[in-house]
Design a protein around this ligand. Structure first.
Ligand SMILES: [Fe+2]
Length: 443
């Protein structure tokens, strides 16, 4: 696999984009290849019915590729309001007159055939920021993959067995005893944000979102960061030590959440005698101790870190630990030896499974497995300019949302890089979220 940014020949680039779009669509259709009841029911007020995501993916593509980039008239103007994520909150979406599953499939397929026509004829040298370099195709491709991940989170919430497939993952490598569980990152100036990766100017990165730009230099003091994400086994030690009963480990908001919700373990976990079990896509299984913990809120991550005598890394510390490249291992596209991405299996891989995916500092599994909560609130970088629309990220800036980094097992390789920023509310844990800890260097 080559980097899309390195493809200089336009025909080759267009063929590659068409193949990527088609693979994303296969994935969307696979996750919605189930009975109408499962597609139209709302499994949680946190999520849309799957059939909403299905038609929304096509509506977004129609809006951006066909109308805004190619100037075509609307195909179904009455759909815009129904599938605008800002008009109707998720809990209201089941009561809307949504397209049924068959009609939704037909609509998104009609949009897609026109998208291919636009791709054939569009001029990638066009100065228009949507058409130039094919930016708009990167936008809809990543959007579709992001919704595929959302669909997996919804399917997990549905607790329905037999819908989501599993696969195999590499085992944990044997680690030497001398290998420290933490990695030291020396202080200094580093460049954060898209454009920082070697050989890639900010303007030539058609795939980066507005919130990843502009690249900017900043100073960080030296710190330690965990070599791997925190495992289930380590998290069980926190629970067994009474972590959920001790307010001293929790932020004030976090403790209020524990008291109000009564949570005492990650989402989907139960305890039977001495064994912890988890529900994964409708099936119960013992919690594997060597996998990164998943389905924890920011509050839980923050409390664990305090209990462990550490803290969550800032997103700058997380990004610096990647070593200033497109991916922690370099600029080469993700291969099976690098990371657990793209739903190879429906779970994180054991820690130590990807030595070849380590960053130059030796930090492992930064990309893939679990989204990693950071201590940072979601804000614009200095000089931020919204593109192509304010609602993609700017309206979420502020104190409410915490940043997650690195993608999960459910994230497609086309929708992740070391500069990619995800964000969510600190109570959320239906997403594929975990974390690693950091600590400042004691002087
Ligand atoms: Fe969307």
């Amino acid at each position: 696999m080559t980097d899309l940014n390195d493809i200089r020949d336009v025909t080759t680039l267009k063929e590659r984009i068409a193949a990527e779009l088609s693979a994303a669509r296969d994935r969307t259709l696979a996750y919605t290849d189930t009975d109408d009841y499962l597609l139209t029911r709302q499994h949680s007020p946190l999520m849309s019915p799957l059939v909403w995501d299905l038609a929304h993916v096509g509506n977004f593509e129609e809006l951006w590729v066909l109308r805004k980039a190619a100037g075509l008239p609307p195909m179904r103007p009455e759909l815009d309001d129904l599938y605008d994520a800002f008009t109707h909150p998720r809990e209201d979406r089941p009561s809307l007159p949504l397209l049924g599953p068959e009609e939704a499939r037909r609509y998104i397929s009609d949009v897609r055939s026109r998208t291919y026509d636009v791709l054939d004829t569009v001029d990638f040298d066009d100065p228009d920021p949507l058409r130039g370099g094919g930016h708009v195709f990167g936008l809809v491709l990543q959007h579709e993959h992001q919704h595929a991940e959302t669909m997996l989170a919804t399917l997990q919430l549905s607790r329905q067995p037999g819908v989501v497939g599993d696969g195999t993952l590499p085992p944990a490598r044997t680690r030497s005893r001398s290998e420290s569980p933490e990695v030291h990152i020396p202080g200094g100036i580093f460049t954060m944000g898209a454009g920082a990766a070697a050989g890639l100017g900010a303007a030539s990165r058609p795939w980066a979102y507005d919130n990843e730009r502009p690249a900017h230099r900043m100073f960080l003091g030296s710190y330690w960061i965990d070599r791997h994400p925190v495992t289930n086994g380590a998290y069980i030690a926190f629970i067994e030590a009474g972590g959920y009963r001790e307010p001293q480990w929790w932020s004030p908001d976090g403790w209020e959440w524990v008291e109000r919700s009564g949570v005492e373990a990650p989402l989907y976990w139960t305890k039977d005698e001495d064994t912890w079990w988890r529900l994964r896509f409708g099936r119960q299984e013992p919690v594997p101790e060597d996998e990164p913990v998943i389905h924890v809120s920011w509050y839980e991550a923050d409390a664990y870190a305090r209990w462990a005598g550490k803290r969550l890394p800032s997103e700058a510390e997380w990004e610096k630990a990647c070593g200033g490249r497109l991916y922690p291992w370099g600029d080469q596209e993700p291969g099976p030896e690098h990371a657990n991405l793209g739903h190879r299996a429906s779970r994180p891989a054991p820690v130590g499974a990807f030595p070849e995916g380590a960053s130059p500092y030796g930090v492992e599994q930064l990309v893939g497995d679990v989204w990693e909560w950071t201590d940072s609130c979601f804000r614009g970088y200095p000089g931020f300019r919204s593109f192509p629309y304010r609602e993609y990220s700017e309206v979420f800036f502020g104190e409410s949302y915490r940043v997650l980094r690195g993608g999960s097992w459910a994230t497609h390789p086309s929708a992740i890089r070391t500069t990619f920023r995800n964000w969510d509310l600190p109570v959320r844990r239906q997403i594929f979220s975990g974390f690693r800890c950091a600590r400042s260097e004691l002087l």
